[in-house]
Ligand binder design. Structure first.
Ligand code: CP
Length: 307
């Protein structure tokens, strides 16, 4: 069993059949995580390099755990302590690492397109762990897996992605993946945080959270990227919370329970009130657990692909 492509660079254009294969394989790998000995020999003899040029907690640890659970050999690369600081280029760094006979690269980079560039210059399978504002495919896959666990079927669900859609790689990958799976997708946020012409991706746009909450099955609440707000996209964090914050009051006004996802890290009481983050609505920690199983599935399926 393998996927259509030998890389996972994004979810744009990935067929539904590939997404279903990943989700179904992740179900089996999640069962491994419940065993007393959480390890299988699936990737024994394979070498994987984790190239992280940007900070990460969940994605980095989750990939590393997934690789260890599959018995792969792992090399972790941190840009700050590498020869990049002596002026070596990204291309030379990649080519030198590949010369040591590696099989897969997991890459997070601040520049959109860095994983695509890597896939053209090295033979290893490339997995995008987040590139700039572009895509974060494994985050979207674990979000979709978590929704499928919760609702059993995805077809016809309505999911709204709330917040800073403009700067979000999670939003774009979710839109591509959810649309492929037959989900109705909308986005909600201040006009300054919604990309122009996003409707062309087949999503509805809302600017008032109270208008969309009664219509949805789940909200995927994005982090307000405090490090990118110097441009004054909204007047203050308090104002953002007042207009777009997902609070218990707002959820209680809906006539059905609404599931809350968040990719993390959370700004408590900004995009999501602290009590909702820890409430029965929240599947945030299930997302984190599912991330390991989904990444095991991606690593396994890509390892089966032909060079
Ligand atoms: N969700 C996510 O990408 O989190 P990290 O930045 O901690 O990896």
């Amino acid at each position: 069993m393998s996927l259509t492509s030998r890389h996972l660079l994004g979810l744009h254009g990935v067929p539904k059949e590939d997404i279903v294969k990943i989700l179904d394989s992740a179900v089996s790998f999640k069962e491994v995580l419940d065993r007393p000995i959480k390890k299988v020999p699936t990737l024994q003899g394979k070498t994987i390099v984790n190239l992280f040029f940007e900070s990460s907690t969940r994605t980095r640890i989750s990939f590393e755990l997934a690789q260890r659970r599959l018995s792969a050999d792992i090399v972790n690369f941190a840009a700050s302590t590498s020869s990049l600081s002596k002026g070596e280029t990204f291309k030379d760094t990649a080519r030198n690492i590949e010369a040591m006979k590696i099989d897969m690269v997991v890459v997070r980079h601040q520049s959109a397109g860095a994983p695509h560039f890597l896939s053209r210059i090295v033979d290893a399978n490339i997995i995008n762990a987040g590139d700039g504002r572009h895509e974060h495919p494994t985050q979207a896959l674990l979000d979709i897996f978590t929704l499928r666990e919760k609702f059993e079927t995805l077809e016809g669900l309505h999911i709204c992605i709330v917040g800073d859609i403009l700067h979000s790689r999670v939003a774009l990958s979710n839109i591509y993946g959810l649309k492929a799976m037959g989900v109705n997708v909308s986005v909600c946020g201040p006009a300054t945080m919604i990309p122009r012409e996003i409707e062309k991706l087949g999503v509805d746009v809302y600017h008032h959270i109270d208008d969309v909450i009664p219509k949805v099955d789940a909200l995927n609440v994005l982090r307000i990227q405090l490090e990118r707000q110097e441009g004054g996209l909204f007047p203050s964090l308090r104002e953002y919370h007042n207009y777009f914050g997902v609070t218990r009051d707002r959820l209680d006004r809906a006539d059905k329970p609404i599931t809350i996802l968040h990719p993390g890290p959370i700004n408590r009481d900004v995009e999501l009130s602290a009590d909702v983050a820890d409430s029965e609505h929240s599947v945030i920690l299930q997302q984190v657990l599912n991330g390991v199983a989904v990444r095991m599935a991606v690593l396994y399926l890509l390892s089966q692909s032909k060079p």
